[in-house]
Design a protein around this ligand. Structure first.
Ligand code: PGA
Length: 248
């Protein structure tokens, strides 16, 4: 069936040397993992962390990618630049990028298509705000993010979707396992309808938002949840390893 995938999202944490120390601490703790293990690191950490990950079962991810191949886009990074350092995954449309950096469903879609064309695996983030959940708009918001952000993708199973309710990110307030399972079920149904039921069955959908060593087992036991996108708890080797080893 779907192989679970646990990805760390370091956000703007760890200099290159701190990042190298962290992955060196994580690697021996996760070497027998049954899931795919990814660390999504700040762009400038990529060369050093890429080197440090050689010979491990941890894949390297970035936190964003531009949609153009090259050109006058000051401050941006292309898929080819990431690929040269062995980057395999890239987070796209994280709620912090939507909230602070003007990311929209349209730019999410462009970045996702460009990443796929370059052979990177996009981890596309979607999720509703607290106000949207409390006013009953969760499904409408997610459906729009899916229909606009994922349009034009040939093989939907080549991406990973991360369902991250904005109110659960960095707040210590996790969605209950049932809430997350139910919402991810809705996401899968929408994708089945937009693409095909078989493709939706093959697509991996992570939960993200205050997932930690204490709640990962319960979340991962849910049939719709295929992994986690981990922020805060990915910055400490034992905590991240405990999540990766949720099944042990
Ligand atoms: P958190 O972040 O685990 O710190 O809540 C998750 C994310 O933003 O990807």
């Amino acid at each position: 069936m779907r192989k679970p995938i646990i990805a760390g999202n370091w956000k703007m944490n760890n200099t290159a040397s701190e990042g190298v120390a962290l992955v060196k601490a994580i690697a021996p703790l996760v070497k027998d993992a049954n899931c795919d293990v990814v660390v999504c690191v700040p762009a400038i950490d990529i060369p050093a962390v890429s080197e440090a990950l050689k010979g491990t079962n941890i894949a390297l991810g970035a936190q964003n990618v531009h949609f153009a191949e090259k050109g006058a886009f000051t401050g941006e990074i292309s898929a080819a630049m990431l690929k040269e350092y062995g980057v395999r995954y890239v987070i796209i449309g994280h709620s912090e990028r939507r909230q602070y950096f003007g990311e929209t469903d349209e730019t999410v879609n462009k970045r996702t298509l460009a990443a796929l064309a370059a052979g990177l695996t996009p981890i596309v983030c979607i999720g509703e705000s607290l106000e949207e959940r409390e006013t009953g708009k969760t499904e409408a918001v997610l459906e729009k993010q899916i229909r606009e952000g994922l349009k034009g993708i040939d093989d939907i199973a080549k991406i990973v979707v991360a369902y991250e309710p904005v109110w659960a990110i960095g707040t210590g307030r996790t969605a209950t396992a049932q809430q997350a399972n139910e919402t991810i079920g809705f996401i899968r149904k929408t994708i089945a309808d937009m693409f095909c039921p078989k493709c939706a069955e093959a697509l991996r959908i992570q939960y993200g938002g205050s997932m930690n060593a204490g709640n990962c087992k319960e979340l991962m036991a849910m049939p719709e949840i295929d992994g986690g996108l981990i922020g805060g708890a990915s910055l400490k080797a034992p905590d991240f390893a405990a999540i990766v080893n949720y099944d042990k």
